[in-house]
Design a protein around this ligand. Structure first.
Ligand SMILES: Nc1ncnc2c1ncn2[C@@H]1O[C@H](COP(=O)(O)OP(=O)(O)OP(=O)(O)O)[C@@H](O)[C@H]1O
Ligand SMILES: [Mg+2]
Length: 411
C-alpha cells in the first residue's frame, strides 16, 4: 500500500467513507476535520465505517494510505463557509456577552434525519474551543448520542476540540437515562428529562462565568413530524434558546418561524458529504457501547462479576399506555409514562444495558443523573444472582434502570 499525495484547494473538502482502514497525514498547509485542526506530519487512522471530511480554508496537501479509493475531493460548492459564518456570529455574541457580563448565545440545531446536525454541533463547539471558549454541548439525540451511549441524553463542557479519531473525550458528562432509541417511544418521559437537563445546564451557566458567556449548543434528534415537532418547541423553551438552526427543511423552518417568533431562525443547506446509512447507525450504536466498556482503542479491560438479587434494585420507567376503552367507565389513568416500576431480575434482562442511578430514592430516579452503565450477562434464578459487565469492579449505587438498549458482548 503506497501513500497517495493529494492537493486540496482552498475552500474544498476531501471526503471519505472508510471501508477497511485509512491513514491521513497533513504534509503542508492547514486543514481540519469537523472543526478540529490536523497536526502537521501526524498520521491519523480511521477504521471501517468511519466517515470524515478534511476541510481546508487556505489549501493543503495530504498523504492518504488506503487499500481502496474510498475517498474523493469534492470540487463542487460546499456549505462550510456558511457554517463558519454561523460560528462568526456566535463569537460576536460571546464577545458582547463578555463585555456586558450577560448570557452568551444558546443555539439549537434541528432538521430531518441525516442532515448533518450532529456534525454541525461538533464543528461549532470545536471552533469555539479553539478560541478558548468553553461552551456546553447538550446532545438530546437518544439514537446517535455523541457524548454518551444510546438511550440517554447528555451534556458536557467542551474545553478542547474533539479528538479527530475518537470524537469527544468524555470528562464527567452529565447523563440522564431515557431507555429507548427514539423519543416517540415515551414522549412524556423524554420531555421530562429534557427539562431536568435544562435545569442542570442553567445552574452550571449561572455559577461559572466562562460557561455563561460561552453559551450552549443543543443537538436534537431528526424526528420532526407530529409529536416530534412539539418536542422541538419544548426543547427550545426549556433551554431558552436564542437561535435555532434548521438544516435542509423548508417546512420546519416555516413552522418554527411562525410558532417561535422571538427566536432567531437560520436555515442552512445540507452538506453533500452527509450520507444516510441506516445499517451504519446500528453499528454506530454498538460501537458507542463497546467504546464505553472497552475504551476507544480497545485498550480497557472491563470487569465481569456476580451480584446477589438482594444487593441491587432494578426499575423501569414508564408503564405501557392502557387504552381508555379498557378502563372502567370514567376512570382516567394519570401519567403512566413516568411510572417507576420495580423489575424482578429474570432471563429477560440478559444483554440489556442498565443505567446506574445517582439517586438513592426510587421516587427521584427520573430527575437524577446517572453515574454509569452495566450490562446483564447472565441471570441465575436458582442461585438468585446476576452476572454483570461493568467498567468498574463494583456497582457504585444500588438503584439501576433498565434500558431497551442491548449489548451482546462477543469478546
Ligand atoms: N462533509 C461531510 N463529508 C463526509 N461525511 C460527512 C460530512 N458531514 C457529515 N458527514 C457524516 O455523515 C454522517 C451523518 O451526519 P450527522 O450524524 O451529522 O447527521 P445527523 O443529521 O446528525 O444524523 P441523525 O439524524 O442520525 O442524527 C456522519 O457519519 C458524519 O460523520
Ligand atoms: Mg445526529
Amino acid at each position: 500500500m503506497t501513500a497517495k499525495e493529494i492537493v486540496i484547494e482552498a475552500g474544498q473538502e476531501l471526503r471519505g467513507y472508510v471501508e477497511e482502514t485509512l491513514t491521513v497525514e497533513l504534509r503542508s498547509g492547514k486543514a481540519e476535520i469537523f472543526g478540529t485542526e490536523l497536526a502537521i506530519n501526524h498520521k491519523y487512522q480511521f477504521t471501517s465505517g468511519m466517515k470524515f471530511a478534511i476541510f481546508t480554508y487556505w489549501g493543503c496537501t495530504v498523504n492518504i494510505i488506503s487499500p481502496r479509493e474510498d475517498y474523493y475531493v469534492a470540487r463542487d460548492e460546499n456549505p462550510m463557509h456558511i457554517y463558519l459564518n454561523v460560528h462568526g456570529m456566535l463569537e460576536q455574541l460571546r464577545q458582547k456577552a463578555d463585555v456586558e457580563k450577560t448570557r452568551g448565545p444558546r443555539i439549537m440545531i434541528t432538521g430531518a434525519s441525516d442532515a448533518g446536525k450532529s456534525t454541525i454541533c461538533r464543528m461549532l463547539v470545536n471552533w469555539a474551543a479553539r478560541l478558548g471558549r468553553t461552551p456546553i454541548l447538550v446532545d438530546l439525540d437518544v439514537g446517535q448520542n455523541q457524548i454518551s451511549i444510546p438511550g440517554t441524553i447528555a451534556a458536557m463542557v467542551v474545553r478542547r476540540p474533539a479528538s479527530v479519531e475518537e470524537g469527544f473525550r468524555i470528562e464527567m458528562p452529565l447523563v440522564f437515562h431515557y431507555g429507548y432509541k427514539t423519543p416517540s417511544e415515551n414522549i412524556g418521559l423524554y420531555n421530562e428529562i429534557v427539562s431536568s437537563m435544562a435545569t442542570y445546564v442553567n445552574i452550571r451557566s449561572e455559577n461559572v462565568e466562562k460557561s455563561l458567556i460561552s453559551g450552549v449548543v443543543v443537538n436534537t434528534c431528526g424526528y420532526i413530524q407530529h409529536e416530534g415537532y412539539e418536542l422541538f418547541k419544548h426543547v427550545a423553551k426549556a433551554f431558552d434558546v436564542d437561535i435555532i438552526v434548521v438544516l435542509d427543511s423548508e417546512w420546519l423552518a416555516t413552522k418554527l418561524t411562525s410558532d417561535l417568533p422571538s427566536v432567531k431562525l437560520i436555515s442552512l443547506p445540507k452538506s453533500g458529504g452527509v450520507v444516510a446509512k441506516d445499517a451504519a447507525k446500528d453499528k454506530f450504536r454498538e460501537n458507542k457501547i463497546r467504546e464505553y466498556f472497552y475504551g476507544p482503542k480497545n485498550n480497557i479491560c472491563p470487569h465481569v462479576f456476580t451480584m446477589e438479587f438482594s444487593e441491587i434494585k432494578i426499575y423501569k420507567i414508564g408503564a405501557p399506555q392502557i387504552p381508555d376503552s379498557c378502563l372502567p367507565a370514567g376512570m382516567i389513568l394519570k401519567n403512566p409514562y413516568n411510572k417507576i416500576l420495580p423489575i424482578a431480575p429474570s432471563n429477560a434482562l440478559v444483554h440489556h444495558v442498565l443505567s446506574v442511578s445517582s439517586s438513592n430514592d426510587p421516587e427521584q430516579l427520573l430527575t437524577k443523573n446517572i453515574l454509569g452503565f452495566v450490562v446483564v450477562q447472565h441471570v441465575d434464578a436458582d442461585k438468585r444472582t446476576l452476572t454483570l459487565l461493568s467498567p468498574q469492579p463494583n456497582v457504585t449505587n444500588k438503584l439501576l434502570l433498565v434500558s431497551d438498549t442491548l449489548f451482546v458482548d462477543m469478546k
